[in-house]
Design a protein around this ligand. Structure first.
Ligand code: PEP
Length: 249
């Protein structure tokens, strides 16, 4: 089975609504590629502008977070139906910055995954180790556990549609990229744990991205690995280099 590649830009806390329109206008002609799903994950307040600006292209829009309740007294949070109503299709869940600065845990990640699926949003679930954990040799154990908890109570059908992003924390925003071998080893381990939870069919369908200082100079090598189905891109997603990453071949 051929998995379609997926390249997503994580804009983080960058770009106002008007800047979003400008950037999408510039990137639109550069990110055309029928063989790759392209997603722009913008800040909440820029989502409406992003969806408008992306019209007439194949660019899908994603949020960078959401809450796991339907509505209510959760000041400052955003509910899933607020995202779907405006046309958001993807949502990043459990990015390492949210785990580090906003106290997200494997358990809240799982709640958000389940709620996103309930609303037909495609979760892009982030997992990955710190440098200390890598040096201790516990990367695969840790990422297996993060993946298992994220997928708790997720059905096989829903798991097959999900995206998992392996993002070694030491490679995010540092200019340090995992070698293609390091990235492949962990992405293969994630696919292995998905096959243990479900079966081979599910493991072969789920898309697993690599994230951590992806740029056009390393995208081809990374995305050519058998278990790497594209990338989650931070810094470079705000530049025209993102077009070269999408067209990595
Ligand atoms: C990210 O934020 O998901 C990321 C991978 O960032 P960068 O590409 O800047 O390392």
């Amino acid at each position: 089975m051929m998995r379609k590649k997926i390249v997503a830009g994580n804009w983080k806390m960058n770009k106002t609504p008007s800047e979003t329109v400008e950037l999408i206008k510039a990137l639109k002609p550069l990110v055309k590629n029928d063989e790759v799903d392209v997603v722009f994950c913008t800040p909440f307040v820029s989502l409406v502008s992003a969806i408008e600006a992306a019209k007439g292209s194949d660019i899908a829009i994603g949020a960078q977070n959401m809450y796991y309740e339907e509505s209510g007294a959760y000041t400052g949070e955003v509910a899933p139906n607020m995202l779907t109503e405006i046309g958001v299709q993807y949502v990043v869940i459990g990015h390492s910055e949210r785990r580090a600065y906003f106290s997200e845990t494997d358990e809240t990640v799982n709640k958000k995954v389940l709620k996103a699926i309930e609303h037909k949003l495609i979760p892009i679930v982030c997992v990955g180790e710190t440098l200390e954990q890598r040096e201790q040799g516990i990367t695969v154990d840790l990422v297996r556990l993060q993946t298992k908890i994220a997928l708790k109570n997720v059905s096989k059908e829903d798991a097959m549609k999900m995206v998992i992003a392996y993002e070694p924390i030491w490679a995010i925003g540092t200019g340090k990229t995992a070698t293609s071998q390091q990235a492949e080893e962990v992405c293969a381990a994630i696919r292995q744990v998905v096959s243990e939870i479900y079966d081979q069919e599910t493991a072969q369908a789920v898309r697993i991205q690599y994230g951590g200082s992806v740029k056009s100079a390393n995208a081809k090598e990374l995305f050519s690995m058998p278990n790497i189905d594209g990338g989650l891109v931070g810094g470079a997603s705000l530049t025209t280099d993102f077009g070269n990453i999408v067209n990595y071949k």
